[in-house]
Design a protein around this ligand. Structure first.
Ligand code: BTN
Length: 259
């Protein structure tokens, strides 16, 4: 079966975000492609850039995103109005996407196995199952890149990825229907984005319930600065609440590590 046969484009069109698809059997990075398309003024949104196989996936910061046959990798280019069109709200968008990914996975794995490592790593049984990279393209249009380990095996992955990651197939023991999974994800994203616009605190509360670091000692790196203390969850503005030696702090950006 070639990779495009994995997707039923007519079915995907049932979701608003699946109506226009830019499909590539093999591509470097769907985020790069979405940004390239966004630079064309006539480029319509929403637009789904979907890969059968991604060869140069990017992660947050300088990280790369490893994927293999059977991974689900795509980027969604949307209009600025789709998310809260305010740069200060970008961390909230990350949370909304992460919660939507959990929504779509919960029916397949059961909600109790899923959680979030702030701001937007999705974990299943304590291992990373999905990564999210949101970037802003031309015309202030957000590109929401999602890499989900669905039907792939982690066997051929580099050691550090194999130690920390898992896939839906490994956990459920079943092959997933990629179209249905993607469709569920697109519908969940649409729902969480409208929640974000209408009442963003609800998104933060959902993320807080999924926060896996609560009660643990964490440090958030912001360049050369570190904020260290006990994690108390995710606050109503989407930041990580940390009880430090000098009192509670609401941390809005940075890389969080558990100590
Ligand atoms: C991370 O956890 O660091 C984020 C990983 C994001 C990976 C996805 S795969 C689809 C999209 N295209 C990319 O190049 N990256 C994102």
């Amino acid at each position: 079966m070639n990779s495009s046969e994995c997707f039923d484009f007519e079915l995907l069109g049932q979701a608003t975000f699946g109506r226009r698809v830019d499909y590539h059997a093999t591509i470097g990075s769907t985020n790069d492609r979405a940004k390239q398309l966004a630079a064309e003024p006539a480029c319509p949104t929403p637009l789904l850039v979907l890969a059968g196989r991604q060869t140069a996936g990017r992660g947050r910061g300088q990280n790369r995103w490893w994927s293999s046959a059977g991974s689900l990798t795509f980027s969604l280019l949307v209009g600025p109005e789709t998310l809260a069109d305010d740069p200060r709200r970008l961390p909230l968008s990350s949370l909304a996407v992460a919660v939507a990914v959990v929504d779509a996975l919960a029916t397949r794995l059961g909600p109790s196995r899923l959680g979030l490592h702030w701001p937007n790593d999705v974990l299943a049984d304590g291992r990373k199952i999905a990564g999210i990279l949101i970037e802003i393209a031309a015309g202030r249009r957000p590109v929401i890149g999602i890499g989900l380990n669905s039907n792939n095996s982690l066997q051929g992955a580099p050691d550090d990825v194999r130690r920390r990651a898992t896939s839906l197939r490994e956990l459920s023991g079943r092959e997933q229907d990629q179209t249905e999974l993607l469709l569920d994800l697109l519908v969940a994203l649409e729902g969480r984005f409208s929640e974000l616009r209408e009442s963003y605190q609800r998104v933060c509360q959902a993320a807080d319930r999924l926060c896996l670091d609560r009660g643990h000692r964490v440090t958030v790196e912001q360049g050369s600065a570190h904020i260290t203390g006990r994690c108390e969850g995710i606050g109503d503005e989407g930041g990580l609440v940390i009880h430090t030696a000098s009192g509670p702090r609401n941390v809005m950006t940075g890389h969080c590590r558990r100590l």
